[in-house]
Structures are given as structure tokens and as C-alpha cells.
Design a protein around this ligand. Structure first.
Ligand SMILES: Cc1ncc(COP(=O)(O)O)c(C=O)c1O
Length: 356
């Protein structure tokens, strides 16, 4: 609290990011990073940017990167917006496209940044409960609204919504912007980018932090109708014209072009996820079906918070959410390497062997 703060700052409830521990030697399975580093082509592109040219501002429109993204998705340059992580793009989307008279809709269990953006920009919202199986039910979104936003797959549940259901949602909401946050889509869900040409109200956001192993570079992008992209550009150029530095643009361009490396790491993460799910189930855990690089899981006899603390004593960190209450019994575990996940399973087996 300070008398120097604006009214807006007094009213903020900021997002709390997952822990980034200073200690080494931890099995870090708490913030959905990729366990495999960026590919060699990305590292070479980054090294090439460590040069005299850093004294010059970067391209404010990140055209080369946007071109690489457009080619990847087989869409026009005018349909692509890039930003400093998809968090920044989501913030611009809330500001530029989701602030209208009616409240916006998003799931009650979802990415906890959404209500924070609403607080920052003064946007009313309604949290729509997930079903008892933690699924998004499209019928619940067929009502007047100022916009809709949800991740697909959802976070932190990992559950995916079928493309046909997203299409049904779009057909029923022709006059509201629908933002599909596809931060985790490459790990097994169907992308709605294919619907962008048919639905002018659809904005799809992606990140290079997860499936492209670049959380440390901070790059995300959005795909949508040119009018939606123009709205984002207007906000960006009223805020920070250079959200991506030269290294970020070069590294991200190489990451978008290196499909083989991207596909091989995604395959490995998905393979490890399937093995981890089977191991957790054999220890008596319930695991929600996941199309992401994490799983949400609970054990009938143990509290999620307690298990998270016991894992930490064994230098393994996973994420526990005490709110919303419905997910308090769970832990969210990021998919690491096979070796990391085997260490996690051994630690859990050891914890479960000890009396409660
Ligand atoms: C659902 C969801 N959307 C967006 C993001 C933001 O990703 P970034 O800002 O790293 O692109 C995250 C990060 O954890 C996320 O879980």
C-alpha cells in the first residue's frame, strides 16, 4: 500500500507465477517447461544475433518471424501477431477485443491469469463451471456474452475440447470474440487455427514456451482475422512497439522452421506422458485425461498439498493449487524426461509405502 499508487494498482490482485527455484539439482516439474532444450538451429540463430547489430532496434513488425509462422500454418502474414510471450498477447486481446458491455465467459477452473487481466482492464466476467468430469461443456457458453476465452487443452486440467465442439461454439457466437489459448495444443489436441478463415471472430494464441522449448526467450503469437490482428497492433503500438528483441525474433524464426526437431520433442513428451499416466494409475492415482505436457492427478488417501510438500523434501517440485477448491486435492505434474518421471514415480511409491 502506498499513497503514491493509482486507484488501479490498489485494486489489483496480481497473478502468482509458479516457483523458479534458485537451487540446482531439483527435478523441476512445476511450470510446464519442455524438458528438452531448444534445437541446434535455434542456438545457432541466437549466437549469430550476439553481434554489433544489437545496438540497433529490432524490426518492430517482426516480419521474418511472422512469415515463418504464416508458412507453418499456411495462412497470410496479415493474420499473424507476435508478442513477448503469449501472456502479453492475451493481455492485449483482453484489452483490445474482450472489453465490451456484457461480461466475458471463461471456465471456473482455468488459467488463473484471465481474472487478473479482467482486474487490470476493468472487464466483467462470469466463471462457467466445468462439468463433474472437469470438461468444458459448450452448451454452457450459449448465452449472451461480451466474449469467450479458454485454453485448449484447458489448464490445469489438461482436458481437450474437440474441434467440432469449438466450431459449434463459434457458430452460436457470431458476434463475440472467441479466444482459444492453444499454449499446449501441440501435445495432443486439435488446433482451431484451421477455423480462422471461416470465423472472423476467432483468435487463436500460441506460445513457443512449451512445445518449442523456448520459455526463456518469451515469444508467443496469435492467429486471427486481419481485423482482430489490427486491433492487437493498435494496442501494441500504444504500449511497446518493440516487444521482441533481435535474439527473440531470430531464435523464434529458427524454432518455427525446424519442424523435425519440434515434432521429435513433442513425440518424446507424449510418450513419457503415457508411461507416467500408467505408472501413476498403478500406484492408485486418478489421472485426468491429458492432451498437454502435464497431468492433473490425485490419490484417494492423500491430500495434494501434503504430497507436493513430501515430494519437495525429496527435491522434486510439482504444482499444487489450493484454489479453486475443486482442484485442491490434486497435483499438477509437468512431463519431464523419462528419467525425471521415473524419479517422481519412485518418490511417490516411497511416500505411499509409509503410513499416513
Ligand atoms: C494456458 C496458458 N496460456 C498461456 C500461458 C503463457 O505462456 P507464455 O507467456 O510463456 O507464452 C501459459 C503459461 O503457463 C498457460 O498455461
Amino acid at each position: 500500500m502506498s499513497r503514491f499508487w493509482s486507484q488501479v494498482v490498489h485494486g489489483l490482485t496480481p497473478y502468482v507465477p509458479g516457483e523458479q527455484p534458485k537451487l540446482g539439482n531439483l527435478v523441476k516439474l512445476n511450470t510446464n517447461e519442455n524438458p528438452y532444450g531448444p534445437g541446434l538451429r535455434v542456438l545457432e540463430a541466437l549466437r549469430a544475433e550476439a553481434a554489433d547489430s544489437l545496438r540497433l532496434y529490432p524490426d518492430p513488425n517482426s516480419e521474418r518471424l511472422r512469415q515463418a509462422i504464416a508458412e507453418y500454418h499456411d495462412i497470410e502474414l496479415a493474420n499473424i501477431f507476435v508478442g513477448n510471450g503469449s501472456d502479453e498477447i492475451l493481455a492485449h486481446a483482453f484489452h483490445a477485443l474482450l472489453k465490451h458491455d456484457l461480461p466475458i465467459l471463461f471456465p471456473d477452473i482455468t488459467y488463473s491469469f484471465y481474472p487478473v487481466y479482467c482486474g487490470l482492464y476493468g472487464i466483467e466476467y462470469i466463471e462457467v463451471p466445468l462439468t463433474d468430469n472437469f470438461e468444458i461443456c459448450v452448451d454452457d457458453y450459449l448465452r449472451p456474452n461480451g466474449g469467450i476465452v479458454f485454453p485448449n487443452p484447458n489448464a490445469p486440467t489438461g482436458r481437450a475440447l474437440a474441434l467440432s465442439e469449438i466450431e459449434r461454439l463459434l457458430r452460436a457466437n457470431p458476434d463475440s470474440v472467441v479466444v482459444v489459448d492453444e499454449a499446449y495444443v501441440d501435445f495432443g489436441a486439435e488446433s482451431s487455427v484451421s477455423l480462422v478463415k471461416r470465423f472472423p471472430q476467432l483468435l487463436v494464441t500460441h506460445t513457443l514456451s512449451k512445445s518449442r522449448s523456448l520459455a526463456g526467450l518469451r515469444v508467443g503469437y496469435a492467429v486471427g482475422n486481419a481485423e482482430l490482428i489490427e486491433a492487437l497492433d493498435r494496442v501494441k503500438d500504444s504500449f511497446n512497439s518493440y516487444p521482441l528483441g533481435r535474439p527473440a525474433q531470430a531464435g523464434a524464426t529458427a524454432a518455427m522452421q525446424d519442424r523435425a526437431y519440434f515434432e521429435s520433442t513433442c513425440r518424446k513428451v507424449i510418450g513419457t506422458r503415457e508411461k507416467l499416466v500408467a505408472s501413476l494409475q498403478s500406484l492408485g492415482f486418478e489421472v485426468l485425461p491429458s492432451a498437454a505436457n502435464f497431468v492433473l492427478t490425485r490419490h484417494p488417501q492423500y491430500d495434494g498439498k501434503e504430497l507436493t510438500a513430501k515430494l519437495r523434501e525429496r527435491s522434486i517440485i510439482v504444482r499444487h493449487f489450493s484454489k479453486p477448491e475443486r482442484i485442491a486435492p490434486f497435483m499438477r505434474i509437468t512431463i519431464g524426461t523419462d528419467v525425471q518421471c521415473a524419479a517422481l514415480v519412485d518418490a511417490l511409491a516411497d511416500i505411499l509405502r509409509k503410513p499416513v
